[in-house]
Design a protein around this ligand. Structure first.
Ligand code: GCU
Length: 413
């Protein structure tokens, strides 16, 4: 199939014929043994089956063992973001393992417990603002980051991603924001899982995860749940209204976190692509072959079996979206981000719909791909933004609008 392409007007030209998946998709509402799923109780069983399939074949099993986590507030500034927020830095210490720093902004104008976006960041918490009070991460970083020297951040790295985090906008809309560096949980390179949190869960003599055990995406998703554990203890946050959020590889992790951990009230994935919201079977943009070659550590080893064999996968990514049902989920694509297959992300939203309907709530109300700049604003929301891979104020506005519109309805269920 020809890849989808943006034409000169910026419109994504996706003929209906290309909005399809040759060979079809697994049906979320048919159990592995062929039994139709026709009730909420059936779905509870099917849901467990799908989690198991995603664990064994895609992301790897998340350990059930619990580790003790201590937390300590290491800095607090009540006048951050021009007086809008109280900014707190919290150290989360995992017994016998690494430490992760959570950076939390709570709007001062909100006097009740407030909803929060929680997402990982690419370059350390200092990427959000140039304020030298924020701890400069000492962790390993990928080499091409702003100010990164010898795989470490420097003072020149501060605020390098500020435009991806429109703090004033988020806070003025009444939402808290919590973020953590993904590399605090597991550095993003293939080191055989010697660092990060994986070794904490090894059995005697074990030196790396087994074939069906978690990779880096699984570790990042686990970290989002641990940050939520912390937020549950913070009386300023409504822990029942926490949105798992992420861009790109971190959007993959956010979806997997929300799929597994039903405490997340909503998920927002931005340009998450292959292994995120995009259907693997379409093989448009990044394929299983491409992703496992460049990022072998992201998934479980068993996922390599599906290189050039996407049709043999027992699941596809619309079922990852369905695992979030009946909770709201937002998927954001960009016209020029063909690597992430915007049409494949749209189709995931569309084909997750029947599960939402089975559970008696609105699913996805769109049938045609929206024009760039337009959105489908149902409980499964989808928007297509002009431009390329990245996260912009446009994307944030969509996620904030969806949260305003959908969270209340979900909580009223
Ligand atoms: C690469 C990778 C994608 C990923 C992206 C990102 O492009 O192939 O799968 O989503 O990086 O995280 O920015």
């Amino acid at each position: 199939m020809a890849p989808s392409a943006a034409d000169r007007t910026g419109r994504l030209s996706v003929p209906e014929a290309e909005l399809s998946v040759p060979g079809g998709l697994p049906d979320p509402l048919v159990a592995a043994d062929g039994t139709p799923v026709t009730s909420a109780d059936d779905w509870t069983r099917r849901r467990a089956e799908l989690i198991d399939l995603f664990e064994r074949h895609v992301y790897g099993r998340t350990p059930s063992k619990r580790v003790t986590m201590d937390s300590e507030v290491i800095a607090s500034n009540p006048g951050a973001v021009e007086g809008r927020a109280t900014r707190t830095e919290i150290q989360l210490r995992f017994a016998g393992g690494p430490t992760a720093n959570l950076l939390l902004y709570v709007p001062n104008a909100v006097t009740e417990r407030c909803p929060a976006f929680l997402g990982l960041n690419f370059w350390g918490n200092h990427e959000l603002e140039s304020d030298p009070e924020i701890v400069l991460s000492q962790q390993w970083m990928r080499g091409h980051g702003v100010g990164v020297v010898g795989n470490r951040a420097t003072e020149a790295s501060r605020g390098c991603e500020a435009d991806r985090w429109p703090l004033a906008q988020i806070l003025d809309r009444g939402y808290a924001l919590a973020t953590m560096y993904c590399g605090d949980l597991d550095p993003d390179y293939d080191d055989g899982f010697a660092n990060g949190i994986h070794p904490l869960f090894y059995g005697p003599g074990q030196t790396r995860p087994a074939r069906d055990e978690w990779g880096t995406l699984g570790a990042w998703a686990w970290g989002l749940s641990r940050a939520l554990d912390y937020l549950e203890t913070d009386s300023r946050i409504d822990a029942g209204q926490v949105i798992a959020f992420g861009h790109s590889r971190l959007g993959k992790a956010a979806l997997w976190a929300a799929a597994q951990d039903t405490r997340f009230a909503m998920a927002a994935s931005n340009n998450s692509g292959c292994g995120g919201a995009a259907l693997s079977r379409r093989r448009v943009g990044e394929t299983v072959e491409a992703i496992t070659r460049r990022f072998p550590h992201w998934f479980c080893t068993a996922f390599n079996d599906y290189v050039d064999r996407e049709d043999a996968l027992p699941v596809d990514q619309h079922e990852l979206i369905a695992l979030i049902a009946p909770r709201p989920v937002c998927i954001g694509s960009a016209v020029g981000d063909e690597w992430a297959d915007p049409a494949g992300e749209f189709l995931s939203a569309r084909y997750a719909d029947p599960v939402y309907r089975l559970l008696g709530v609105e699913g996805f109300s769109g049938t045609d791909m929206p024009d760039p700049g337009e959105a489908v604003t149902s409980r499964i929301a989808y928007h297509l933004r002009p431009g390329g891979h990245g996260i912009t104020v446009h994307d944030w506005t969509r996620y904030l609008d969806s949260a305003d519109r959908q969270l209340g309805a979900y909580l009223a269920l």
